[in-house]
Design a binder for this molecule. Structure first.
Ligand SMILES: Cc1cc2nc3c(=O)[nH]c(=O)nc-3n(C[C@H](O)[C@H](O)[C@H](O)COP(=O)(O)O)c2cc1C
Length: 405
């Protein structure tokens, strides 16, 4: 049985390259498999409105050349190296005459073409569709009946070894999240989806489009929204790292989140080499000797006398990408007051300086307790964006208000 990831991996591997291996032919058996993928495509009334005219350079060079000459010049330049050229047609009417015009035919043919392309990718073949061709020429030269629309021409072949594959940067979802974050000046974009293990699943994207495993503040906001919608005072949220966060409504706009247990072993942070997580061997200007804590995402906490004296904007990027952190790191600068309160400033991995970071506040309390700077395992953490109450009793709990922008 295929895993959930398998199909996504195949979809990512499929691409429309332009460098075909001219030496590798495609067998009839391989073509039959591609047509089987087409046959399995769903269609309106199961009518299968697609038709394919297959021109194989190996066994019908004249048809193949005839079709090549119908392509736009820019497409001919690279499609000339593909072993197979296919005309994809879509029937205008249903096969049963009483059903009349098939409104869905082009839709279904597009789906069948994609099935063909994915199956090709699964066989390490490359299928590249083209809309750039002379439709009238194809109709005339291949004697296409007026009952069909010519949808596309598909080049199929083995890709040349070592061919450069263009990244799909403009279609990349991460790129979209970066744009959204940019336009709304937010630190994170949260996507809420269904979960089998909790009331909902959250996908967290940083302002640079990268993915984050955990965001305590997002959990409070999402918790508030879902609890308001469901009219309950408790819900659960699943994260990409499989953690389940419990959210409780403890006041009108006040939400408490069970953030789970902190992880403290070097490989759990994770660090690239074994070392004492209570005293990491890192020193940068006035910052030294941080504690590492993973509370669903990795953090280091530096203790200083005055948080406002630290040039975090300069030091943050250098520390975030330090070799000790294979998955990069969130950086907290903590000042433990005599009262036991913690003043905190945070450089968030993938985002930069942030007004508030719930998981950093949790990491700061854990680090302060482990270092013996706090007697009670509960305190208020003061961030530029507001205060959070943090408690560590086996699990770490974070309580704070939510607000609307
Ligand atoms: C209907 C259709 C027509 C296309 N026409 C052309 C074309 O004429 N020439 C070309 O080089 N690529 C063509 N493409 C390929 C697209 O440019 C390509 O799918 C898109 O850039 C995304 O890249 P990807 O397939 O690698 O994800 C076409 C794709 C489709 C679906």
């Amino acid at each position: 049985m295929m895993s959930k990831q398998d199909l996504l991996l195949l979809m990512k591997a499929r691409h429309s390259g332009r460098s075909y291996d001219t030496t590798r032919a495609i067998s009839q058996e391989e073509m039959d498999i591609l047509m089987e993928a087409v046959r399995l495509t769903p269609s309106c009334f199961g009518d299968e409105p697609w038709r394919y005219v297959i021109c194989n350079k190996q066994n019908n060079q004249s048809a193949w050349e005839k079709l090549l000459n119908c392509l736009d010049e820019s497409n001919q330049k690279w499609a000339k190296d593909a072993q197979i050229l296919i005309i994809s047609l879509s029937a205008k009417n249903f096969r049963k005459s009483d059903k009349g015009e098939n409104f869905w035919a082009n839709h279904d043919t597009g789906a069948a073409n994609y099935a063909l392309m994915l199956q090709a990718a699964a066989m390490n073949l490359m299928a590249h569709q083209m809309g750039g061709f002379d439709r009238d020429k194809i109709v005339e030269r291949f004697n296409i009946s007026d009952d069909f629309n010519v949808m596309s021409v598909i080049a199929v072949g083995y890709e040349e070894e070592g061919a450069e594959i263009n990244s799909r940067s403009t279609n990349n979802l991460d790129w979209n999240y970066r744009q959204i974050a940019d336009q709304s000046s937010c630190d994170q974009v949260i996507i809420i989806t269904m979960s089998n293990a909790a009331n909902c699943f959250i996908h967290i994207y940083n302002a640079d489009g990268s993915r984050a495993e955990m965001c305590g503040n997002a959990a409070r906001c999402v918790g508030y929204l879902i609890m308001s919608e469901k009219g309950t005072e408790h819900i659960t949220i699943e994260l990409v790292n499989k953690r389940i966060l419990e959210c409780f409504k403890v006041g009108d706009k006040s939400i408490k989140v069970n953030m789970g247990k902190p992880l403290l072993k070097w490989h759990e942070i994770p660090l690239s080499t074994e070392c004492d997580t209570l005293h990491l061997p890192i020193e940068l200007e006035m910052l030294k000797d941080p504690v590492a804590v993973n509370i669903g995402n990795p953090h280091i906490v530096f203790f200083v006398d005055n948080v406002n004296e630290i040039p975090l904007r300069n030091l943050g990027p250098k520390l975030e990408s330090h070799v000790l952190f294979p998955q990069k790191i969130n950086i907290s600068i903590a000042q433990v007051e005599k009262s036991g309160e913690i003043a905190l400033r945070v450089w968030e991995r993938g985002t930069g300086i942030t007004a508030s970071c719930g998981s950093a506040a949790c990491a700061a309390l854990v680090a302060s307790t482990l270092r013996g700077y706090l007697t009670a395992q509960q305190t208020s953490v003061d961030l530029p964006g507001g205060k959070l109450l943090i408690e560590w009793a086996n699990n770490v709990f974070m309580t704070g208000d939510i607000g609307f922008l």
